[in-house]
Design a protein around this ligand. Structure first.
Ligand SMILES: *Cc1c(COP(=O)(O)O)cnc(C)c1O
Length: 400
């Protein structure tokens, strides 16, 4: 007879004691002031996201032949949160999504329902085949090994799920080319059984409109697809969209542009806007005398008397290190530069001469339209700025 007594008291004295009823901030006559938080906020603007989706649709719009705009939401929608991002894009009419792995696809299926297409860019793998079947994921078939694997698995499947076939036209990363392409092309029975609903390739140099490789890849793609069934085609990522109608084919596959990143070398032409902003609280304000240092390694030496503020966000949140004096933030529209090495949870910023004297609880903003110069100063890609964002943020998804 098992002992039915619980192994320990159900309620520890701590959880059992009722927390004190919180006092209302301010009486009836006082305005409500939110309590300052020590936790940095990552704000994702879903209106900007869907506006960017519309902006890309506009760039591809032409009479007669509509171009489908899909969404690349791999790596948790570039770090922004695939759930909220994909749902918002679904709401904007997006019905084709790309992820990298079957596990990403499984998670995404939960968020967007049964009908949208989810393509898995990295292709099928033996261990994940059951996920493809259970969650109706379409693999992108990149090589003969993947083609054989998928073809073998289809024998056990009544539903015969479709797939995409990926041709490598010059990036030399993933996709059929050379002898593998010859092998696939000559096995028409295999191609028929694979029954792709999409043929694609990927551009290596699309951000640079002057690069001759763009047109070479386009021409090679147009030639290769002639040996395959006449199904919809896609070639362009975000940057490719800006290369013009010749590069749009039936579908485009933007990622970074949806998230408000500059996609091309000439961002002035781009019609998207920032989606991501960090809001970090000032935790402490310090006065620095000329010649005093700030931060680890004392790398920053005050060139004059100055006011500095320490904010509650650091490299553990994904902020890359930058040289002292790099503008990375803003308070009341005033640019703020680093004064000392960024540390794990804290960042010191120069507040000298700000219009409002800095005070703990005030909120400094980072990223937004300052993301690109920050990335440049740090020597990282703008994409990385997003995928590095940490898990400690309080995240808010709002509409403006
Ligand atoms: C990541 C990726 C995209 C999206 O690229 P962006 O530059 O973010 O627009 C499109 N196609 C493929 C094959 C990709 O791997």
């Amino acid at each position: 007879m098992p002992d039915s007594r619980p192994p320990f008291k159900r309620k520890s004295p701590i959880t059992a004691s009722r927390p004190p009823t919180p006092k209302k901030s301010g009486g009836d006559d006082e305005p409500f002031v939110p309590k300052p938080s020590g936790r940095a906020l990552l704000r994702v603007n879903l209106t900007a996201l869907t506006d960017n989706y519309e902006a890309i649709k506009k760039l591809c719009a032409r009479k007669g032949r509509p171009v489908v705009v899909s969404a690349v939401v791999k790596a948790d929608a570039y770090g922004l949160g695939a759930k909220h991002v994909a749902r918002a894009l679904y709401g904007a009419g997006c019905r084709n999504f790309f992820v990298s792995t079957a596990h990403e696809g499984k998670a995404l299926r939960d968020h967007i329902g049964k009908t949208p297409s989810i393509y898995v860019l990295n292709g099928p793998t033996p261990r994940e085949l059951p996920l493809f079947y259970a969650f109706k994921l379409k693999p992108v078939i990149n090589n003969m090994a993947q083609a054989y694997l998928w073809d073998q698995g289809l024998k056990s499947q009544e539903a015969r799920p479709r797939c995409a076939i990926h041709f490598d036209t010059g990036i030399n990363r993933m996709g059929f080319h050379g002898s593998e392409l010859d092998a696939l092309r000559s096995d028409t029975a295999l191609v028929a059984r694979l029954n792709p609903d999409h043929l694609m390739s990927h551009l290596a140099c699309a951000p640079d409109a002057d690069n001759r490789k763009n047109r070479k890849q386009r021409e090679m793609f147009a030639a290769v697809i002639k040996s395959f069934p006449p199904v919809p085609l896609s070639l362009s990522n975000s940057a490719g969209v800006y290369l013009g109608a010749d590069f749009h084919f039936d579908m485009v596959r933007p990622g970074c542009a949806l998230y408000g990143l500059a996609a091309t070398k000439t961002p002035a032409q781009e019609t998207t806007r920032p989606v991501v902003q960090i809001e970090a609280p000032i935790l402490q304000v310090n006065e620095l005398k000329k010649g005093e240092s700030a931060g680890y390694g004392a790398s920053f030496i005050a060139p004059r008397d100055m006011t500095i503020a320490t904010i509650g966000v650091g490299y553990a949140d994904g902020l890359p290190l930058v040289p002292n004096g790099t503008v990375i933030g803003r308070l009341d529209k005033q640019n703020l530069s680093t004064a000392g090495r960024i540390s794990m949870d804290l960042t010191i910023l120069d507040m000298t001469g700000t219009r409002r004297p800095p005070k703990p609880g005030q909120v400094v903003t980072l990223l937004a339209d300052q993301l690109q110069p920050y990335a440049d100063a740090a020597g990282v890609l703008n994409y990385q700025m997003l995928t590095m964002l940490g898990s400690r943020f309080f995240r808010s998804y709002d509409k403006d």
